[in-house]
Write a protein that binds this ligand. Sequence first.
Ligand code: COA
Length: 611
Amino acid sequence: MKILFLTHSFNSLAQRLYIELARRGHEVSIEFDINDAVTAQAVELYRPELIVAPFLKRAIPEAVWRNHVCFVVHPGIVGDRGPSALDWALMRDCAEWGVTVLQASGEMDAGDIWAAETFPMRLAKKSSLYRNEVVEAAVRGVLKAVERFQSGNFKPQPLDYSCPEVLGRLHAPIKQADRAIDWSRDGTRAVLKKINAADGFPGVLDTLCGEAYYLFDACAEDTLHGNQPGEIIAQRNGAICRSTSDGAVWIGHLKRKAEGKHTFNSDCSSSSNPLQLPLVMGRAEDAPPLTRGGWEGFGSNAFSGLKLPATLALEGHLADVPEASLDAFSSCTGETYRDIWFEQKNGVGYLHFAFYNGAMSSEQCARLREAYLVATQRDVRVIVLMGGADFWSNGIHLNCIEAAASPADESWRNINAMNDLTRAIAATGSQLTIAALQGNAGAGGVFLSLAADQVYARDSVVFNPHYKGMGNLYGSEYWTYLLPRRVGEARAATLTQNRLPVGAAEAQEIGLIDGCFGIERADFLARIEQVAEGLVASPDYSALLQEKVARRERDEREKPLDAYRAEELQHMKLNFYGFDPSYHVARYNFVYKILHAWTPLYLARHRRIAR
Ligand code: COA
């Protein structure tokens, strides 16, 4: 079938649906929801048999939904209507939540129901629930709805609140007042719930060091506590620890509220995506004015509207706050904040790096490399690079780069730190290595994973093995060595030029990875353990290790890693310091969530045909 995606952006949910529908033989073209006229034009050009809206912030124009069946993916149970669906579900401690695929009609979220899926709720960040449970339920729901539509004999169910199974209700948009933390009264669990329910976007508005900040990325602390609820009692690797009425909580990320900007009464403007942002005249609410041209102009904005590691956002205010360092190799029971940690079991070393959003700053790359090198000194035969539960890696940290005094210099520092890490893994001769992708990987993060000897991913993982979308960035991380050796030169060129997401199954088919298994995280982790322990015990272990070392030596003679790096960095130097500011503009647009003005042709198949 010809399916048109009408979506605010090609986010993780839209990418996953695209992959699943394309695998089932459907032809999918994508149009960003820019305005009604552009939408109508896309429909006219493509003449789709079905329209799917995975992530919308505006209503679909009447002329479109009256003449075409449009599926809207709503992240709520049947009957749930209105924005902030997932936020309310978390705030209200719902035990079960769901995704409903409904047909667009004159009333928001009230159309006939084509499919509905449920899932048990988890004590987790909203962004994590969205990228896992919601995405999985949406995939099941949309595939079912598409099949039903194709069958031609399915009658969608009108929404009927008199039905006892219809548990959802129309709810009001959530406001910052609903989210507000009362530090003198709220205990750790209450604070966690509020920050979790706002994670990703918009965060919980609060005051720190006399300024207004949105709080993100919280986790409980079991040992530390202070005297004054709300006070900052410790810092560790970018995060701050604040005391609550009955303990303490870590806050990993902050976004300073921009001054003098219009704020909306509610913090979400439509219903279909809980990670969405409100807009002011076509720009992200917190984006600073984009007035100066050239790459030097981007980056100095006093951090307003930029989500940053908390200690960076509060730079200059934390001199008296003690460092509560925690060694990645120390065993740690109980809850606390750590972004890198190591576990050892049955000859296998598991190196975890759970960086928020998968973004890796220069400092994080350096710490991870250090930890990796220590791991290679341990008594382990296999090292598994675990990434984090939600993301494996998305490459260099674009927000930290944006906040630097010189984004160009920080980009250079960050890519070199990524390269040092990648090289340490690729050149390891003492162990076999496995990259275990529990979550998605993008850009340099994908190529970092290819430095391992074997690469496995969870069935649901989406790869974006390309850099070009970030202002024609050439990329480094030894990709010119690591990618063709897995998929060949021709496919490497296609993957990096086409800029399309690749699902785990396809990644395995084309040789990008060695295997994929498990939708549930627990199943994936159990299989990874089996694979790693199987290697440890394998009679072929020594031969495999020798073969790997020999191959590296052979490759090094043919073309040294240094040469790949130097060539790639030559291009990157132009991206960072050259006359073309595309990368700096693209990074600015990305970190401040500036709206798309058009759909790129590599996504809008209908516009390619029309040209
Ligand atoms: N640096 C900083 N933040 C990053 C990031 C990076 N490299 N990659 C992703 N993020 C952040 C996003 O800003 C977003 O933040 P928020 O929702 O907390 O505000 C979050 O991670 C999730 O990203 P999103 O784009 O919503 O995820 P997605 O699954 O829809 O898309 C990618 C995945 C990989 C396609 C997309 O995140 C991307 O293009 N990232 C940039 C990759 C890149 O160019 N890296 C630099 C070159 S190595």
